[in-house]
Design a protein around this ligand. Structure first.
Ligand code: ADP
Ligand code: ZN
Length: 623
């Protein structure tokens, strides 16, 4: 699929077929100059009442595709969304531009619910957000029929597919929409769909000759790096140090890790807080809010954090362990740089995580009520996803290419200029073959009966109780890698496991053993390449330099401070006031009149009326 944006079946020919009103609405309400190509096609389909399946990466601009059409003919459209947080954020953002939208969900008071119903019946709402289970189980559906809803947008539509990575059974109930609203069009939106999931969405929702619009998955403004994990905490601090004062998300595998790491970071002066599913709703909410209004920079979280976090200026997403699938990775890293400005995504990789995930998958199955066939299918599907992720992390090839190809798209750049591989940052270990031989012989000397940790203790010449008890300090391999710290040594052993030179037994006390291929290395017939286990030096990328081109950084910081104040006063996320891209555009153009300000990105009539004077004052004071 060549070209930057591709639509497989253009619904209405070229973009010109959109009514005049569309571009006027776009600039009046949103302050955007033009639609992105795929947005045009999606909006044309919606206006024509033709079903559609829109597959766009996170940050691609899906929401506009269902937000704009109801403004054209003053209709009321319905958006189905899986999570309350997600709906609330969108409604907040829409209210910030004066757009009449509301969300119906379980936590509302009776009064709030009645008021929404009243606005719905009076035809005041352009968009109503709701969850799938609400849509089918209440009198809501009758009400929607009464007000004559003609368009349904299904957000995060991959949740309907059991082949997806995020199946939600309640989505299956949406199949009834077709029967209840035979005249309405249905528009499915998702960021992560492999071809199989895509077909499944279309058939589950019974889409009728849908316009299938598939965007490019590549996110050129994201800089991907995979770094061998050795000393997690120090690596995290080093990487976060590159983003002081900027928004970042640090993902951990377990709840405990999020707490210890956040505490360590806070002690080092980072504005960081933990986030996971076991916190009280109140504590979770406070952290989200602090992040949204910029009182903290960093959230250290399990993957429970993210859906609905729309802060668009996240400059770093750091994974301290391996995500369970490329879909999950794409979605989590998708939270970086949604404003289109350069952002960094770092994965600290150790194959130890692969084993943790494998045993977790097996445990989940044991505790579930799946029958033998289902269990087998579930395990196979989970492991397939996991191993694709592992291949991505291990491969010494362009990360942008790797991700694009996984989603079935060609990547035509020779070098992306925005990943560790293309930037030439990956550092190989000198004498890797000799180091590998030392490790392999040590595994052999301890009779292939010990785990990674013990093998490394012997290699490093540690005097632990286990080493002494087994008299392993007598071995010829004792202390062969004396200069190495324990974590770096374990990282090297994991790289050998990854390369299939070592294998690991199953069970509670896994031991490492030599694979067949190890003998070729030991005999000196095969060379080994290992990565140096530490965060390498990073280079500046072109994207980052371009984004700052001509921006008065001091003015930008003034604007940010002003935005933080407004955000705190109003209790609204800072990015809904104005996003970073808008601030940079102002700090670049330095408008001195309302007309000039209107030309800046993200400034529509409502924002001009609301903030115009404040902003113009700031600009003229800094001139
Ligand atoms: P998605 O839902 O696909 O992840 P969003 O709808 O949140 O993406 O849009 C991502 C970002 O792109 C937002 O900051 C949004 O304001 C911006 N955006 C969307 N469409 C346009 C456009 N036509 N012109 C400029 N910015 C846009
Ligand atoms: Zn690359």
């Amino acid at each position: 699929m060549p070209g930057p944006q591709t639509s497989e079946t253009p619904p209405n020919g070229p973009q010109a077929s959109l009514p005049e009103a569309v571009s006027e609405l776009l600039s009046r309400w949103w302050g955007f100059e033009q639609l992105r190509p795929l947005q045009s096609d999606a909006i044309a389909a919606a206006l024509a009442g033709r079903d559609s399946l829109v597959v766009m990466p996170t940050g691609g601009g899906k929401s506009l595709c269902y937000q704009l059409p109801p403004l054209v003919g003053d209709s009321t459209d319905v958006v189905v969304s899986p999570l309350v947080a997600l709906m609330k954020d969108q409604v907040d953002a829409l209210e910030a531009i004066g757009y009449p939208a509301a969300a119906l969900y379980a936590g509302l008071s009776e009064g709030e619910r009645l008021s929404i119903r009243r606005r719905l019946e009076a035809g005041e709402l352009r968009l109503l957000f709701t969850a799938p289970e609400r849509l089918v189980n209440t009198g809501l559906i009758d009400l929607l029929a009464r007000v004559g809803v003609k368009r349904f947008a299904i957000d995060e539509a991959h949740c309907i597919s059991q082949w997806g990575h995020d199946f939600r059974p309640e989505y299956r109930q949406l199949t009834m929409l077709r029967d209840r609203f035979p005249q309405a069009s249905v528009h499915a939106f998702t960021a992560t769909a492999t071809p199989r999931v895509r077909e499944d969405i279309a058939s589950q929702l019974a889409l009728r000759e849908p316009a299938t619009l598939v965007g490019t998955f590549d996110r050129p403004n994201l800089i991907y790096r995979v770094v061998p994990r050795a000393d997690r905490t120090n690596q995290v601090m080093q990487i976060l140090g590159r983003h002081r004062g900027e928004a970042s998300i640090v993902y951990c595998m377990s709840r405990r890790e999020t707490e210890t790491l956040a505490a360590r970071l806070a002690a080092e002066g980072f504005l960081a807080r933990p986030y996971h599913a076991k916190l009280t709703p109140d504590a979770r909410h406070k952290t989200q809010e602090a992040f949204a209004n910029e009182t903290i920079d960093t959230v250290v979280a399990t993957v429970a954090f993210g859906m609905g976090i729309d802060r668009s200026d996240v400059r770093l997403v750091l994974h301290t362990s391996l995500p369970k699938s490329i879909e999950a990775y794409q979605q989590e890293t998708g939270r970086a740089g949604r404003d289109g400005l350069a952002a960094e995504c770092v994965l600290l990789y150790s194959s130890a995580d692969v084993f943790s995930w494998e045993s977790l998958v097996r445990k989940t199955v044991q505790e579930s009520e799946l029958d033998a066939d289902e269990a087998e299918a579930f395990i196979a599907s989970q492991l397939e996803h996991l191993h694709a992720m592992r291949r991505y992390a291990r491969a010494a090839r362009c990360r942008h290419r790797g991700l694009s190809e996984y989603f079935g798209q060609d990547y035509n750049e020779a070098s992306c200029g925005a990943c560790d591989v293309c930037l030439g940052e990956t550092e190989s270990l000198p004498d890797a073959t000799v180091v590998a031989q030392k490790i392999l012989s040590c595994v052999y000397r301890v009779e292939q009966r010990f785990g990674v940790r013990h093998v490394c203790e012997v290699l490093r010449g540690a005097k632990t109780e286990g080493v002494e008890r087994h008299r392993h300090d007598q071995l010829s391999t004792y202390g062969l890698l004396a200069g190495l710290d324990q974590r770096s040594c374990e990282n090297l052993v994991h790289q050998l496991l990854d390369q299939g030179l070592l294998t690991r037994s199953e069970g509670d006390r896994p031991v490492v053993q030599l694979a067949e291929a190890a003998w070729e290395v030991l005999r000196g017939n095969q060379q080994v390449v290992l990565l140096a286990p530490r965060a390498g030096k990073t280079k500046t990328t072109k994207a980052d330099a371009d984004d700052w081109e001509g921006v008065d950084r001091e003015l930008f910081e003034h604007l940010r401070r002003w935005r933080r104040r407004v955000s705190q006063e109003r209790g609204k996320p800072a990015w809904t006031i104005l996003d970073d891209k808008a601030l940079r555009s102002i700090a670049r153009d330095k408008p001195l009149s309302p007309a000039a300000l209107l030309r800046c990105r993200g400034i529509g009539e409502k924002r001009l009326a609301e903030f115009g004077q404040d902003i113009l004052d700031l600009v003229s004071r800094s001139a």
